[in-house]
Structures are given as structure tokens and as C-alpha cells.
Design a protein around this ligand. Structure first.
Ligand code: ADP
Ligand code: MG
Length: 710
């Protein structure tokens, strides 16, 4: 996004002026009508009073009642944006931050990036005039690094707190402290003696106020869709909780008679059954991820061809986090006449975004969630059963505008076995990233930090050890300088940050920037089933016998060359993009993933430049680059055994090379028992593996491996 001289982003497709095809004033009237009819509209005054009276307020309300879109506007109109102050609303999901900000900009009839904006990792649309700012919870944590008192904010709303993401949990602890520190700051002028006695901020954050600013107290609002506010209220010392009465129509819940062996197939059959047998209304299907959504989309398109010509047909709209944001907005558009809308969504549609028009929900009862194995120190995204609370939220989506139906693709007996609520993420993830950030914020005693739910000591100890091994912490577990503080400044997994820092020293940062960007996106290659051989042949010219990292660097370099050539030949930017897209098609590269990687590359490059890291290229001498990989990814190293299998060094677990890796086919000639010690580095990115029933880690996708001389 380019910004003009006032620092305001310029938007090509501003939804405020181009969304939908109705004349603008009619659309405005419709929006005003929609806003007025939301349950929250009737309690605007009461809510404002509550916020004025209480510094911490917990708001509980059914999904769709208008909390996320309306409350910030109420507060802004109620004077909380005076003196240039900002209302921050955190979201656990990027998609929610983006779509909601766009919607609210439209409701306020302003351009996105002016009064209303969003800020997510690698994409910031806010400007100096932004007053209502939607951002991810992770990003607010990052902001606290630069501005520990969050001095620009008058109100921070932690939204979707029931999701209990690791960032939300850490944020809650931090905000508690920031709030105390801010109120102390406010009183500083009047009573500096009393201040000394009271200055025992619980989490020991070293909070330095901004020079010369007079700080007002920070208002804290915790919003949740789960009806149980007790946990939050207790955590905040018996804070006031208010409930917003929602409107919920009855939803018929249907279960399958038998266990469904293939939920994707069952979902497909159900979609068409609803379409043929049920009355009008859109269908929402919960799936587990991008690849699944894309394959279901294709299957629906194929089957739609076989529908009787005369009948109404289906319009499929997907929504998942890596979908480009213009496409994400399509889910909110009503289907054209003669079409029934089928929304294929990840968990995002459970509570984060509310899509109008849904009457039927199909729920396979699964979700892709983070899971961490403390024994092996490995984190994975695995498909797991949802909780009862989630099942309830999902079925609730069918009853917002009238009576609806929810088709659970499992048996009633299975429902009874589900856990009541989801385990907070902090209990099932690698904590390295969070600990690094807390350390950078001045929280040294991680075990003593006031977490809403404390992670286990083992988990904390493992992550501390990992950070120590990466050189981010000193012997006494303090943030090291400069490596630790540099790592904390990069919005990346600590291993990636380390790779960049080492690469700067070894003069191959140019290449490492490429590798890290390419590793940050999913599915760079695609292999259509009917063109497997062609795809394989096309890939050969990039394939490096040394492994996936080098292969990815080759792909990026080749794509950059293609773009450069096209530009040199005088092509305008649009034409050059087109040429690149064609190049991607010819080479079976996922153009969307590549574009995403290029955006990320640009952002991380900006970060390392700002940090003053030295960017240079090692040209064709990739040995340096591979050394840097070894120096940073060593926690993921595996050693080839005599029988040809691989064993992870950190956990002694047997691991396998994923079929998608270039090393799967290549039969490396080096054998460890011939005197050479060859290590294989396994790039275990989040999406890359899961354990099978035997406890063997099988790499699913997005897996990269690299051979390195020991
Ligand atoms: P809550 O936060 O209480 O779950 P929201 O404020 O997100 O509720 O949603 C309120 C209403 O705004 C819902 O009816 C929803 O359909 C509508 N809405 C939210 N985002 C959009 C959007 N991008 N386009 C159209 N309608 C939207
Ligand atoms: Mg909401």
C-alpha cells in the first residue's frame, strides 16, 4: 500500500465508495437500518455510562449482537477519541481485523485508513488520523515494545477473549500492568510521595512514560461471546460484567446415524441435500483449512454442472486467513438472484465474523489447532475435535435471522464426549516467541507473571532453554544484547529471526530474507492431479540437490528475474504482474503464495534495514547460506541412521522426509557410516507435521529439508 504525503493510505477499491452495486445513498440507508436493528443499539447510552464508571468492564454478548462493529463507534462518539486518542480493538484473527475495519469504515462513511483502520502483521492501513484501530492481539503486544504505556490509546478493547489465544492471555496480563502504571502516572503530579509506596506493579514491567505527555487512565474492555464471564471477572479482581441480550431463533440440530468415515464427502452430500430439499437460505460449512476449502470448492463446482438446468444454483464463497482481503469481503455480499450462497469457512466464521443470511450450518465437528508436545519440543497444527462450546457457537450461526438448521456430521453420542470448552492456547503451544517478547518488555520473572492460566513449568523451562540455545538469552536468562533484543524486534519465529541475524554476519542476508519469506507462506508449489508429470518436470529447473531451502531461493530468484525482464522490456507494473502470473502457471507455482512471499519479503527487509543489519548477497556461494541455516535451525536437526531412517537430535524421535520435499526422491550419496557426518535439517514450520497413531512424525505439507555437512 502506498501512502501519500499526509501519511494516508491510498486505496484503489475503497469499500466505502464501491461496495455493492446499489446507489450509494440507498446503501447508506440500508446500513443505518441494519445498525439500528442490532441488539447493542438499544443499550448504547447504558454501555457508555458503564465504561465511564468502570475502568475495567467485561462485556458478554451473543455473536452478531454488534459488539465489535458498534462499541468502538459508540465510544468515539462518546468522547473517547478526544485529544487525538485512539480506541484499539484487538482481534485474535487477521481476517476479522480486516473485514470488520472495512465494514466500520463503510458504516462511518470514511475511507479506510482515515478515521478507521486496521493493522495486522505485514499490513498496516492506519494513519495519523486513525481513531478506531482494529489490530491483532499479537500486534498490540508488539506495539507495547515501542510504547510500553500504550499512551496513544484511551481505550483498549480485547475482543473475542473467549478464544483465549496465547497472545490474548499475555495481553491481559500486560494490560493489567499498563493500566496500573497509567493511573499512577496520572497521579504523579499531585502526590509523588504516595506514588513510591504504591509502585508495586504486579508483573514488574519496566514502564517508562513518553516524555512530556500527560496520560489519562486507560480504559479496558474485555469482550467475549461465551456466556460465562466469571473467569475474566475474577482475573480482574471482581470486575464489572454486563450482558447484552442477543436475539436467537430456534435451531434444529441434526446428527448423523452412523459415524462418517469421510467428513469432506459427508459435507458435500449434505450441501447438495440441503440445496435440493430445503427452503431458501444460505449454507455455512466449517472446514479445517485452505487446502480443504479449495478442494471442496472444486468438487462443488464439478457437481453443480450436474444439477438440473432449471433449478437454482450454488454460489461458493470461501473465507480463510490467507485469502486476499478483497476476496474475503465477498462473503458479505448477498448471492445474485437464482443462486444460493455456500460459504466454506475455517473457524473464523464461528464467532469472529458474522455473515448475514445463513440458515443452514454444516459442522463436521473439527478444527485445526495448535498442539505442542513437550516431550519432543515440537509444535504442530493438527485437526482435532471441537469443544461443546464451539459446537454451540457454530449451530448458533444458523439462527440469527430466523429459525435454522444445523447438520452435525457426527453422532449424538460423539457430541456427549466432547470437552466442555477448549483448552487455552497457552497450554498447548511453544512459548518461545511469547517469552522473548515478555523479556523484551522487561518481564524477567516469567514463572511469576500473572497469567490468567499459567503454562506448565516444563513448557516455560523448555522455551527458555530454546531461547538460550539460540543465543537470545544470557546465562542468567536475561535478554542478550544485541542478539536477543534484535530477535525480539522481528515479528517472526525466533528461529527465523536468528537465521536473519546470523546471515547478516555471514554476508548472505539477501538470500536468508528470501528463504524466510518463502518459508512463511503455505504451498508454494501445486501439482494438479492430471498434470503430475508436467509439474514435476517444470520444477526440476529449480530443484537443488541440497534441499528445499535452496530450491525455494531459486524459485524466488527466477521469479524476480522474470519480473525484472518484463519491466526492462518497458512493461507497466500491471503487465509485468501478468507476465509473472503466466510464469507461475507455466512452472506450477502458486502465484498467490508467491505474491504473499514477496509482500512479506518487502516487510521483513524494511525491518532489518531499520535495525541496521547489513544486507548483502553471497551470490552463488551458497555454502555460507547453508552454514547460517545450520546455525539457526539446529534445533530441528536429524541424523541419518544406518538403516536409512532419520532421527531428530533434540528428541531422538524417528522422523520421515515428506513426499513433497526435494530430498524425498533424491537418494543422497553421503552415508554417515562412511565417515562423513551428514545432518539433515528439518524445517518444521507450523503446518508441517503431525504424529500418526504410532507416534511417528509424518510430514504433511509445507515441509522443507536441507542437507548440511556436519
Ligand atoms: P459481534 O461482535 O457482537 O459478534 P459484529 O459487530 O461483528 O457482532 O456484527 C454486527 C453485525 O454487523 C452483524 O449483523 C454482521 O452481519 C454485520 N457485519 C459485520 N461485518 C460486516 C461486513 N464486513 N459486511 C456486512 N455486514 C457485516
Ligand atoms: Mg465480534
Amino acid at each position: 500500500v502506498s501512502k501519500n504525503s499526509e501519511g494516508t493510505p491510498k486505496w484503489k477499491n475503497n469499500p466505502a465508495h464501491s461496495n455493492g452495486n446499489r446507489p450509494q445513498n440507498i446503501r447508506r440507508q440500508i446500513i443505518a437500518q441494519q445498525r439500528k436493528s442490532l441488539p447493542i443499539a438499544s443499550v448504547e447510552k447504558r454501555l457508555l455510562d458503564e465504561v465511564r464508571k468502570h475502568d475495567i468492564l467485561i462485556i458478554v454478548g451473543e455473536t452478531g449482537s454488534g459488539k465489535t462493529t458498534q462499541l468502538p463507534q459508540f465510544l468515539c462518539n462518546g468522547g473517547f477519541c478526544r485529544d487525538g486518542k485512539v480506541i484499539g480493538i484487538t482481534q485474535p484473527r487477521r481476517v476479522a481485523a480486516v473485514t470488520v475495519a472495512k465494514r466500520v469504515a463503510e458504516e462511518c462513511d470514511v475511507e479506510l485508513g482515515q478515521k478507521v483502520g486496521y493493522s495486522i502483521r505485514f499490513d498496516d492501513t492506519t494513519s495519523a488520523s486513525t481513531r478506531i484501530k482494529y489490530l491483532t492481539d499479537g500486534l498490540l503486544l508488539r506495539e507495547a515494545l515501542l510504547d510500553p504505556l500504550l499512551s496513544r490509546y484511551s481505550v483498549v478493547i480485547v475482543d473475542e477473549a473467549h478464544e483465549r489465544t496465547v497472545h490474548t492471555d499475555v495481553l491481559l496480563g500486560l494490560l493489567k500492568d499498563v493500566q496500573k502504571a497509567r493511573s499512577l502516572e496520572g497521579r504523579k503530579d499531585t502526590n509523588s510521595v504516595a506514588l513510591k509506596e504504591e509502585n508495586n506493579v504486579q508483573n514488574h514491567v519496566s514502564l517508562k512514560p513518553c516524555q512530556g505527555s500527560k496520560l489519562s487512565p486507560l480504559k479496558l474492555i474485555i469482550m467475549s461471546a461465551s456466556l460465562d464471564a466469571r473467569g475474566f471477572s475474577e482475573y480482574f479482581g471482581g470486575a464489572r460484567a454486563v450482558h447484552i441480550q442477543g436475539r436467537q431463533y430456534p435451531v434444529d440440530i441434526l446428527y448423523t446415524h452412523h459415524a462418517e468415515p469421510d467428513y469432506v464427502d459427508a459435507a458435500l452430500i449434505t450441501i447438495f441435500q440441503i440445496h435440493m430439499d430445503e427452503g431458501p437460505g444460505d449454507i455455512l460449512v466449517f472446514l479445517t483449512g485452505q487446502e480443504e476449502i479449495e478442494s471442496v470448492e472444486k468438487l462443488i463446482q464439478e457437481r453443480v454442472q450436474k444439477l438440473p438446468k432449471s433449478s437454482q444454483t450454488l454460489k461458493v464463497v470461501p473465507i480463510f486467513s490467507s485469502l486476499p482481503s478483497e476476496k474475503q469481503m465477498l462473503v458479505f455480499q448477498t448471492a445474485p438472484p437464482g443462486f444460493r450462497k455456500v460459504i466454506l469457512a475455517t473457524n473464523i466464521a464461528e464467532t469472529s465474523v458474522t455473515i448475514p443470511g445463513i440458515k443452514y450450518v454444516i459442522d463436521p465437528g473439527l478444527v485445526k489447532a495448535r498442539s505442542y508436545n513437550h516431550r519432543t519440543g515440537m509444535e504442530s497444527l493438527i485437526i482435532t475435535p471441537i469443544s461443546k462450546a464451539q459446537a454451540l457457537q457454530r449451530s448458533g450461526r444458523a439462527g440469527r435471522e430466523g429459525p435454522g438448521k444445523c447438520f452435525r456430521l457426527y453422532q449424538e453420542s460423539e457430541f456427549a464426549k466432547l470437552a466442555d470448552a477448549t483448552t487455552p492456547e497457552i497450554k498447548r503451544c511453544n512459548l518461545s516467541n511469547v517469552i522473548l517478547q515478555l523479556k523484551a518488555l522487561g518481564v524477567d520473572d516469567i514463572i511469576g507473571f500473572d497469567f490468567m492460566e499459567k503454562p506448565s513449568r516444563t513448557a516455560i523451562a523448555n522455551s527458555l532453554e530454546q531461547l538460550f540455545l539460540l543465543g537470545a538469552l544470557t546465562d542468567d536468562y536475561k535478554l542478550s544484547d544485541p542478539v536477543g533484543s534484535q530477535m525480539a524486534r522481528l515479528p517472526l519465529d525466533p528461529i527465523y529471526s536468528k537465521a536473519l541475524i546470523v546471515a547478516s554476519e555471514f554476508k548472505c542476508l539477501e538470500e536468508m530474507l528470501i528463504a524466510v519469506s518463502m518459508l512463511s507462506v503455505e504451498s508454494m508449489f501445486y501439482t494438479p492431479r492430471d498434470k503430475m508429470q508436467e509439474a514435476r518436470d517444470a520444477r526440476k529447473c529449480f530443484t537443488s540437490v541440497d534441499g528445499d531451502h535452496l530450491t525455494l531461493v531459486s524459485v524466488y530468484r527466477a521469479s524476480a528475474e522474470c519480473l525484472e525482464k518484463s519491466r526492462l522490456a518497458g512493461s507497466k507494473e500491471k503487465k509485468a504482474e501478468k507476465t509473472l502470473n503466466k510464469w507461475c502457471r507455466d512452472n506450477f507455482i502458486n502465484s498467490r503464495s508467491l505474491k504473499h512471499a514477496r509482500d512479506i519479503h518487502c516487510q521483513i527487509r524494511g525491518h532489518v534495514e531499520q535495525m541496521g543489519l547489513h544486507i548483502s548477497s553471497c551470490g552463488d556461494d551458497m555454502l555460507q547460506f547453508r552454514r547460517c541455516l545450520a546455525a539457526s535451525f539446529f534445533l530441528n536437526a536429524a541424523l541419518k541412521q544406518h538403516d536409512g531412517s532419520y532421527r531428530a537430535l533434540a528428541s531422538s524421535q524417528t522422523v520421515q522426509i515428506h513426499p513433497s520435499s526435494v530430498l524425498f526422491r533424491a537418494k543422497p550419496e553421503y552415508e554417515p557410516w562412511q565417515g562423513n557426518r551428514w545432518l539433515i535439517l528439518l524445517q518444521m514450520s507450523l503446518l508441517s507435521f503431525g504424529e500418526d497413531q504410532n507416534g511417528v512424525i509424518g510430514y504433511r505439507s509445507n515441509f522443507r529439508a536441507e542437507f548440511l555437512a556436519g
